[in-house]
Design a protein around this ligand. Structure first.
Ligand code: ZN
Ligand code: ZN
Length: 287
């Protein structure tokens, strides 16, 4: 009995300092997060530690057409860190697409109707090493007709210094992924790959803000009704009801985004503990 009492006493005094020790070494911004803070400074954003849903600090920064977030992720089947920056656009642009440099086979999980797009001979001045897919070829071509954007997309792979660069458009989210070389630490990847991705994201956010405005002006019906926020098409095929905000999305679109497409939904891949959990209606519907 005495032993039990002693053990309880020891636990009483020893456990809180141990918890504090674990918190200070694991949950606080330490040297290994310096790269995240550096990126936050460069992009005039804030760094949130802890944590997104997957255990990376999240850098938040303003965009003229929405909210930007950056974090480091590990993708299934890949050994290195991936820097991912996202724009949650204020207004949906109504299609899904993916541009990978160097070119890659299509993803297993995809928005319905996401098909390979070949560049016209007149367009091959840029993006020759890239593979393109889109649910709406004409909207992707609209974007690529901006010579400046095409040129920047082409230069992004080299500028970011990443092994692989992926640009994903998903209804109202733009996600850029830079795959760091093996052996790089997460913070190092953020600091070196992050700035080029954020700069590209800003340009794409402005372009797609312009497209969203044009679509609203022509009264695109697809933007009004019950459409998937990940691709802008009707949700009849293989729907998934988000447990966070109740919105319907295609299962494939959810997998592409690794979560919900709503910035303020706790099911978003880079949701922060501080985001409003009580989102009940999509921002798109409020305009
Ligand atoms: Zn969809
Ligand atoms: Zn949601």
């Amino acid at each position: 009995m005495l032993w039990l009492g002693l053990a309880a006493l020891v636990a009483f005094f020893a456990v809180p300092p141990m918890v504090a020790l674990v918190e200070s070494t694991v949950l606080r911004p330490g040297p290994r997060h310096v790269g995240f803070w550096a990126l936050a400074r460069v992009v005039a954003g804030t760094c949130h530690v802890p944590w997104g849903r997957r255990g990376s600090p999240v850098v938040r920064f303003p965009l003229p057409q929405g909210e930007g977030r950056a974090r480091a992720v590990r993708l299934p089947g890949e050994s290195g860190w991936v820097v991912e920056v996202r724009a949650y656009q204020t207004h949906p642009f109504g299609f899904a697409a993916r541009i990978s440099t160097p070119s890659r086979p299509p993803t297993r999980w995809r928005a319905p109707g996401l098909d390979v797009v070949e560049l016209f001979p007149s367009e091959t001045e840029h993006l020759q090493a890239a593979s393109l897919e889109s649910t709406d070829e004409s909207l992707l071509r609209w974007l690529l007709r901006h010579a400046e954007t095409r040129k920047r997309l082409d230069a992004l792979h080299a500028e970011a210094g990443a092994e692989q660069v992926e640009v994903m458009f998903a209804g109202q989210v733009i996600a850029l992924r830079g795959h760091a070389p093996d052996g790089w630490k997460a913070g190092e990847a953020m600091e070196h790959i992050g700035p080029a991705l954020v700069e590209m994201l800003r340009a794409l956010s402005a372009d797609l803000g312009e497209l969203a405005l044009a679509l609203r002006n022509v009264g695109d019906a697809a933007l009004a009704g019950a459409v998937c926020p990940g691709c802008g098409a009707g949700t009849g095929v293989d729907p998934w009801a988000c447990p966070g905000c109740g919105r319907l999305m295609h299962r494939g679109c959810r997998e592409m985004l690794d979560g919900c497409a709503e910035a303020r939904c706790r099911q978003a891949a880079d949701a922060l503990p501080t985001v409003d959990p009580g989102v009940t209606r999509a921002p798109a519907a409020r305009s």
